[in-house]
Design a protein around this ligand. Structure first.
Ligand code: LLP
Length: 435
């Protein structure tokens, strides 16, 4: 559920009219709802309250500092995958002891930064990484807590590009190597191997793959403990999907499966294991909490298709181009009876010079006018973070609304700022303006 609602035919983010925001800062822009973030986080916190658990919000889903600060205030931890995300999490006030560091390519500099910050633990994804962490911890005079990320070789039934728990993906340590790596960790200096970690994919809409992965994890945990390893932490990853269809009317059931179902499964599988549970949800916290607002540049009817050309593109929302993802798109002002024309089938596309640059295909809509505003729903997760300035476009600003107040948390850059990021190589001729 979310707080983007129609009132008198106009879309509001909580108590703020989207049209007012569009007038103030122009389009395209991202708009986040703090109340929705809190609501989604609290659903999880409530579902997990009977377990000893920490919710490490997955920063990659939406790294906006205000979004992180809202979640930090709720008591969230963070799942990070880079030094940049570490810095963001700390800047937002997330407690270091609630930060877990995932990812297969942690560099020495990043590991040192995390050791100095004294994060909860590293999710180790290879023997070479483990050795490096040990060396760096020794050098820094620290003891690194680590969890081993094991790859359960389970098909999460999601899009191939966001499946992580199959043996052929680059993630985790092969299941059959798990015992050896724990033995290696136990022998290394400045390492405390205290956790087991899995992650099988993202946008998972069925509990069955989680159950299969948890079954295997439970058996491995028992086995490792028998071998004398003291495993206190279980990191069960993220991955819960959200409903992208009918997103305008999203209800609690829009979390599929619900956090309660997911928590019940965790309790059933691990409630008796005496472990502190960490989970890393991203999309299910931030997904419904953001929309992308865009305005119509013009329409274009060709022989084969009708196009609505808008000022947002794959540079703002890459998911349709990258995964063929569906996002619900609706006009900000619901058409009144008087301006109701015939509906046509449209492709909603951006100005970027790529055929893959579309935001929605085959949408039945009344023909809009230039300047009409549209909202693209469920864009709070993996939206702005995947943005780019391809085609030398200016990155979309980000606004957060909280009740009746709003703040422009990331302004639109200027073209001067875009160009100032670069210099022309010193041996090239100084550009002169030709008349
Ligand atoms: N933990 C780890 C280790 C992950 O790799 C991910 C996501 C998460 C947590 C958070 O998963 P979530 O709860 O958000 O599903 N760009 C894609 C999604 C990529 C997800 C990558 N890993 C998309 O737009 O669908």
């Amino acid at each position: 559920m979310h707080y983007f609602t129609q009132k008198n035919g106009q879309l509001f983010a909580e108590q703020v009219a989207i049209a007012t925001l569009a007038q103030a800062i122009g389009t395209p822009f991202y708009c986040y709802s703090a109340a929705t973030l809190r609501h989604s986080y609290r659903l999880f916190a409530k579902a997990l309250q009977s377990l000893d658990a920490t919710i490490c919000y997955s920063v990659k889903a939406n790294a906006n500092l205000s979004v992180l600060t809202v979640l930090a205030t709720e008591g969230a931890g963070a799942d990070i995958v880079s030094e940049g995300e570490l810095r963001r999490a700390l800047a937002a006030g997330i407690a270091p002891e609630k930060i877990v560091f995932s990812g297969i390519g942690k560099t020495a500099t990043e590991i040192i930064a995390a050791l100095q910050a004294d994060i909860a633990f590293f999710n180790v994804e290879s023997a070479a990484e483990l050795v490096l962490i040990s060396q760096l911890a020794e050098q820094e005079n620290k003891t690194a807590r680590i969890a081993v990320r094991v790859n359960p070789d389970i098909d999460a039934g999601t899009h191939a590009k966001i499946t992580t728990g199959k043996a052929e993906t680059k993630f985790g340590i092969a299941w059959e190597d798990a015992e050896a790596i724990f033995a290696q960790a136990a022998a290394l200096p400045n390492i405390t191997a205290c956790g087991l970690d899995i992650h099988i994919g993202s946008q998972i809409t069925d509990l069955a793959p989680f159950r299969a992965a948890f079954d295997k994890t439970r058996a491995l945990l028992i086995q490792l403990r028998k071998q004398g390893h003291k495993i206190d932490y279980l990191d069960l990853g993220g991955g819960l999907g959200v409903a992208y269809e009918n997103a305008e009317q999203a209800t609690e059931a829009s979390h599929t499966p619900t956090p309660q179902d997911y928590a019940a499964l965790i309790a059933e599988q691990f409630g008796d294991m005496g472990c502190h549970i960490f989970i890393e949800p991203g999309r299910v916290i931030a997904g419904h909490a953001g929309i992308l607002v865009t305005s119509v540049i013009r329409t274009k009817k060709s022989k084969a298709r009708n196009f609505i050309i808008v000022d947002a593109a794959m540079t703002e929302l890459l998911r349709p181009a990258l995964y063929g993802a569906y996002h619900h798109i609706a006009p900000i002002n619901s058409p009144t009876k008087t301006d109701k024309g015939a509906e046509l089938v449209w492709d909603i596309v951006g100005p970027v010079c790529e055929t893959s640059d579309f935001l929605g295909l085959d949408r039945r809509l009344i023909e809009p006018q230039a300047g009409d505003l549209f909202a693209i729903f469920t864009a709070g997760a993996y939206g702005a973070v995947l943005g780019s300035d391809y085609n030398s476009r200016l990155r979309a600003p980000e606004i957060i609304v909280d009740g009746a107040q709003y703040a422009l948390t990331r302004p639109r850059p200027t073209y001067d700022a875009l160009l100032a990021q670069e210099t022309i190589a010193h041996w090239l001729p100084k550009p002169t303006r030709k008349k």
